[in-house]
Structures are given as structure tokens and as C-alpha cells.
Design a protein around this ligand. Sequence first.
Ligand SMILES: Nc1ncnc2c1ncn2[C@@H]1O[C@H](COP(=O)(O)OP(=O)(O)OP(=O)(O)O)[C@@H](O)[C@H]1O
Length: 253
Amino acid sequence: MSEPLLRTKGLTRRFGGLVAVSEVSLDLHLGEIHVVIGPNGAGKTTLTNLLSGDLPPTSGEVLFEGRNIAGQASDQISRLGIGRSYQKTNIFLPFTVFENCRLAAQSRAPHALRVFHEAGRYADINGRAEEAMAVAGLGHRARRVAATLSHGEQRQLEIAMCLATQPRLLLLDEPLAGMGPHESQRMVELIKSLTAEHAIMLIEHDMDAVFALASRLTVMVNGEVLESGTPEQVRSSPAVQLAYLGGEELLHD
Ligand SMILES: Nc1ncnc2c1ncn2[C@@H]1O[C@H](COP(=O)(O)OP(=O)(O)OP(=O)(O)O)[C@@H](O)[C@H]1O
């Protein structure tokens, strides 16, 4: 198999006496969707925060394209090519879809606040925003104010804003949360369509979506990796069966 785009080694994050992420080592490859599941409090969001630079690790390494980026700030990590969706908190509701995407594209520029200096770069940023909207299926909504979008479209906008930063690795934290079946299906198709050019790490509770999307599946419990492998390996793991017994629908066909 090819070299991973991102690899963590012994990644650990403590909050006082609590070890929220404990010695996590995993790989993310281009073209793969690596889904991380686990019960509430398992450490999934904290792991995402460590990869996106929203939190520094207590110890361990995050190798992106072979280089250790652990502890770098989130804006630096975004410029290196790791994009993260933030469950709508990033969206400026009074702005249009296009304006939101343009702001995201600007944030990737080296001097984000000086965008009006160069007409060429301005056009470039607009182009990136337009492409991101099109890929996320929001081209026809460009002039709509974000607050007037449906819940599902706002989640698509989150993805579009992430794409506008031109990432190679996408970190998606519960992109299907709060969606009905129709919207969920559309989001599943969108995420699938992104695999050709990205590595994706996805945190998701919707087990239908998990098994529809995962090329690799990691189960976290109490900050630790309980199991990691193909979806079939994980589904048949005795440790996973035990941890989920009587719980979520992981065991159902
Ligand atoms: N900033 C923080 N300060 C202290 N404890 C924290 C902090 N962030 C997370 N934790 C704790 O770390 C543990 C892991 O939390 P985390 O949010 O990463 O879990 P999760 O798997 O994402 O859960 P969920 O599915 O509910 O989002 C929990 O016990 C949580 O209370």
C-alpha cells in the first residue's frame, strides 16, 4: 500500500487526570475514508482536534506527508492541506453561500487580511469558492443567504467551506448529524465523491452511513483504539462485539 498521507504515532491528550486520547496510532491514505466510531466520550472529537491543531497533544506525533506537525496552530495546519468541518459553527449565517466560501478560501491565503491588494489573487479566490460550491452541490444556491438554507444544505456548505481551503485531508465530524434520510443519502454520495482527490477521516454515529462509506474503520473506547481494520474485520471482532453488546446497531446486518 502507498505511504499514508497522515500517520499518528502514540498520540495522547490528557485533561488533568483524564486521558481523553491514549496512544492512538493510525494511518489515513489518499482515496480512503477512515471512519472513527465509539460511544460518547470515547475521544473522537479530541482526536480530530489534535489533527486539526485546535488542541496540542500531550505527547505523540502527527506526521503529515512525512513531517511532524503535532502542536502546530490550526491556521498553519489548514495551509498545509488539512481541512476540518466544524458542525456549522463556522458558517456566517447572514452571508451568502458564495461569501462564506470566499471567506474560507481567503483564510488559506498566506496574508488572509490583505486580499484586496491583488486583483489576480482575488479572482483566484473567487474561482476556488465557486469550485468548492459546485463540488459540494451548492452551485445553484450561491446567492442564497446561509441562514435561509435547509439544515442539510448548511452541512453541505460546511463541506464546501472546507473544500475552499483546498485540503488533501478532510476531517469531518458527524456531517450527517440531525439529517433526515433523504439529506443523509445526499451527504453520503457527496462524501463518496470526494475520495478521488482526498483522504477523509470521518466521525459518525449513523451506522448505515458508516458501513456505506468506510474503507477502514477504527473503534475508540475510553480514549484508546479498541479495534482498527476493514469494516468486516471490525464487525466480527469479539472485542467490538463485547463493547457494543446490547448497544448500537453495529452488530446488525
Ligand atoms: N476541553 C476539555 N477539558 C476537559 N475534558 C475534556 C475536554 N474536551 C473533552 N474532554 C473530555 O474528554 C473525553 C473525550 O471527549 P470527546 O469529546 O473527545 O469524546 P467523543 O468521542 O467525541 O464524544 P461524543 O461522541 O459525545 O462527541 C470526555 O470524557 C470529555 O469529557
